[in-house]
Design a protein around this ligand. Structure first.
Ligand code: TPP
Ligand code: MG
Length: 331
């Protein structure tokens, strides 16, 4: 398993106000409840197609949710439900997308891996590993040209760092000095292979070192306050105009996809010797003086919101087959 690397700078945890930390915690528990529901929906065959969940990585999305602004753009991966929710897409619209309903954020045509929301500046989650990084750098260049105030954030896994798209994108981000946050979730696995068994480099951050002018950060992505601190810093750098890469270390608890038998994992899944980000966040908030009952109430409320959104999503129609060629621009 990949060990969490040391933070690039000591977390300024005391500077993180309680309200933001609580909102990030609420996002984490919401995403956990959503992902557990998505995994169950896959098992019961209610959700068609492949489903990749982000259980174990919620602190990063929680931190993202309190750093990102509505006018920032987001691109993500095949494991992007939580990122879209963190960017403000409603639980119902994400559920409906997974269920293939017209009220889904992509009209029910994209499913789990292809979520889009112009309203929320979600420029797409994408199952093709790597090119979303290039799209993000291009989008950030465009934003700078038109003097748009938002920055672009792209989520990707450590596996994407082995693609040509990653290296081309870093070269151009460095050359063009664009306002982009390159947020790598190193979740310890790339499909069915642990990071240490395939990566010929020590970290994604170390690969990025060769490109001038890209600020490099890393954090323990199972640690809520450290994640908030690092993600805040990354957005601060991008808002000041420069490219920044943050590598957040976590562990993927489930298989690569739901249904993956995970024969390559001695532990069969779960946190392994890592930590549960929800437990860590909870301990940190209690240490900040927040009553455990308040956190329980947030967890119960979040879980209810996820359930209510699923019930609402189920009531929506499936797309009319007569519209199958709508939005098709080339065939
Ligand atoms: C260009 C491309 N090559 C290969 C694949 C097959 N593939 C799907 S997910 C994946 C691994 C992605 O690993 P990582 O980037 O670490 O993301 P994670 O699944 O861990 O979130 C691969 C190789 C793909 N979808 N696209
Ligand atoms: Mg990975």
């Amino acid at each position: 398993m990949t060990k969490a690397g040391p933070s690039a700078s000591a977390p300024a945890e005391d500077d993180i106000d309680q309200d933001r930390a609580l909102r990030a915690f609420e996002m984490m528990v919401t995403i956990r409840a959503f992902e557990e529901g998505a995994a169950a929906g896959y098992r019961s065959s209610e959700i068609p197609g492949a489903v990749h969940v982000s259980i174990g990585q919620e602190a990063i999305a929680g931190a993202l949710s309190v750093a990102v602004r509505p006018d920032d753009a987001l691109l993500s991966t095949h494991r992007g439900h939580g990122h879209c929710i963190a960017k403000g897409v409603s639980l119902e619209a994400v559920w409906a997308e997974l269920l293939g309903r017209t009220t889904g954020c992509s009209g029910g045509r994209g499913g789990s891996m292809h979520m889009f929301s112009a309203e929320h500046n979600v420029l797409g989650t994408n199952g093709i590993v790597g090119p979303n990084i290039s799209l993000a750098v291009g989008h950030a260049l465009g934003s700078r040209h038109i003097k748009h105030s938002g920055v672009t954030v792209v989520m990707f896994g450590e596996g994407a760092a082995a693609t040509g798209a990653f290296h081309e994108s870093l070269q151009l981000a460095s050359l063009w000095k664009v306002p982009v946050v390159l947020l790598c979730e190193n979740n310890s696995f790339t499909e069915f292979t642990p990071f240490e068994d395939w990566a010929t480099f020590s970290s994604v951050r170390s690969l990025a070192e060769r490109y001038r002018g890209i600020e490099l950060l890393q954090c323990d992505g199972t640690d809520l306050l450290a994640s908030i601190d690092a993600v805040d810093r990354a957005f601060e750098i991008a808002r000041a105009g420069g490219p920044v890469l943050l590598e957040a270390y976590a562990r993927r608890w489930h298989g690569h996809y739901e249904g993956d038998p995970q024969r390559y994992r001695a532990d069969g899944g779960g946190a392994g010797d890592g930590r549960d980000p929800l437990e860590v966040g909870r301990e940190q908030l209690v240490a900040k003086g927040i009553a455990a009952e308040v956190l329980d109430e947030i967890a119960a409320r979040s879980s209810q919101a996820v359930d209510d959104a699923l019930i609402a999503a189920r009531l929506a129609d499936e797309p009319d087959p007569a519209t199958v060629l709508d939005h098709v621009y080339a065939a």
